[in-house]
Design a protein around this ligand. Structure first.
Ligand code: AMP
Ligand code: GLY
Length: 423
């Protein structure tokens, strides 16, 4: 029996720990630092790599990295130097997420479909390139910005404002030393996620996130206000195309360029009239995508994690998936993604914890009391025989959770349900 240490504190990490706790191969699941919903929390911050190494060594754990920041800091390289097993990509391979400029240039030289772009370290040149696109473009900070360094522009004023905030005011710090100016794509967004050992890969599923704070995709971007899986607009033919044209090509090119990628690889896609294009790659599982992908997984997750670390994923059977759909409605605190209240007591309904689950993110336990501690507080998640059933059940859970400033979107999965009705 194995012990596992999961690094992170969000809903994604709760979903991973929920799944691995059910594994016949795993005796203990530790989460560092975890949240009010995860059970065996270890009070070590995700940036304290020395302390994490010490803990994993002492407890003989296999470590799984949830979020991108520790990957960028080279946590995987550090663990590997110590001979410790760790799931996730190296610092160099994680560049596919941590530098948008690197990722775009990688895609261009490997003919992976993505929007046309220019990369600039001079604001004036960036603006001139945007002008050549009639200012109908997307401007992005190069580095990590918690999903907030992306500006969709349609006129000169919006372009100037975006460049000013990223490069002059440096709202995202050093992440804004360079910018990307991209062609603006139109289509349906979907996240396609695989597990890979650097050579072979197995699909983890397709999900759609709802990034804007308000219904009908209005208002500012957030970390994700809800998700569902599978995505009916992505049928088997399209999935094959994504696998061969995007995923397999990416994994092979990373290896041939000397930066083999192992871990969860996430392709954020725009399904356009001309086929699927990559908007971005993430070097990890998505959040809240994990909360709808993991509950649909019928196979034990642990052997796949272990095989990704050992480099022998091809020796395993394909992962078994439930035919059910899953929907996760994120419950946030009013005001998020700007200012919001914390430390509000939360009341939870009693659930079966199998098909109806609450994955915590911004919660903490204080003297046995469950309190809010972040903008996105938890995800009400349900499985159902249809997407509509799953959505109804998820909203039933969401309605039963109580705290003073609870806020949620009311239209998670609605467009997909309407798509299914119309076909
Ligand atoms: P990113 O952080 O790169 O995933 O971008 C955040 C969001 O901006 C995406 O989820 C899309 O909704 C939007 N976006 C990014 N790039 C483009 C693009 N080239 N065309 C259209 N929308 C985009
Ligand atoms: N749900 C988007 C992300 O995890 O980046």
């Amino acid at each position: 029996m194995k012990k596992v240490l999961i690094i992170g504190s969000g809903g994604r990490e709760h979903a991973l720990s929920w799944k691995l706790s059910q594994s016949g191969n795993v005796s203990r699941v530790f989460v560092a630092p975890g949240n009010g919903g995860t059970s065996t929390n270890v009070p070590i911050r995700t940036d304290d790599i020395d302390a994490l190494i010490k803990y994993a060594k002492q407890n003989e754990c296999l470590t799984i990295v949830g979020p991108e920041k520790p990957l960028e800091s080279g946590i995987v390289n550090r663990f590997q130097n110590e001979g410790l097993p760790i799931f996730g990509p190296s610092k160099e391979a994680a560049m596919i997420e941590t530098s948008k400029v690197w990722a775009k240039e990688f895609m261009k030289r490997n003919r992976i479909p993505t929007a046309d772009f220019g990369a600039f370290s001079d604001p004036k040149e960036g603006r001139a390139f945007a002008a050549s696109m009639d200012f109908n473009c997307v401007i992005k900070a190069d580095g990590l910005a918690d999903g907030k360094g992306v500006f969709l522009c349609s006129n000169s004023g919006e372009v100037s404002n975006a460049i000013d905030r990223i490069m002059i005011k440096k709202e995202f710090g050093g992440s804004g030393n360079k910018i990307l100016v991209e062609e603006r794509l139109v289509g349906i967004e979907a996240s396609y996620i695989v597990i890979t050992d650097g050579t072979s890969c197995l699909p983890m599923g397709v999900a759609q996130d709802h990034k804007r704070i308000y219904d009908l995709d209005q208002g500012p971007n957030t970390g994700g206000m809800g998700a569902y899986s599978p995505v009916p607009m992505v049928g088997p033919g399209l999935e094959e195309e994504i696998k061969s044209e995007i995923i397999s090509r990416t994994v092979a090119a990373m290896r041939s360029e000397g930066v083999p990628f192992s871990g969860f690889l996430y392709a954020g896609l725009m399904i356009t009239e001309k086929g699927p294009y990559v908007i971005e790659f993430n070097a990890r599982m998505g959040d809240p995508e994990a909360q709808v992908i993991i509950p649909r997984m019928e196979s034990d997750l642990y052997p796949y994690i272990e095989a990704s670390v050992a480099g022998n994923l091809s020796s395993l059977q394909p992962i078994k998936w439930s035919k059910d759909s899953a929907v996760c409605v994120v419950l946030a605190s009013e005001g998020y993604p700007s200012k919001f209240q914390s430390d509000e007591p939360v009341k939870l309904p009693k659930l079966d914890g199998k098909r109806n689950i609450i994955f915590h993110s911004g919660t903490k336990l204080a003297d046995g009391l469950l309190l809010t501690s972040g903008g996105r507080v938890m995800g009400a998640t349900a499985l159902g025989p249809t997407l509509e059933d799953a959505a109804n059940s998820a909203y039933l859970i969401a309605d039963q959770v109580e705290w003073r400033s609870k806020y949620m979107r009311k239209d998670i999965a609605r467009a997909a349900i309407e798509f299914l009705m119309s076909t």
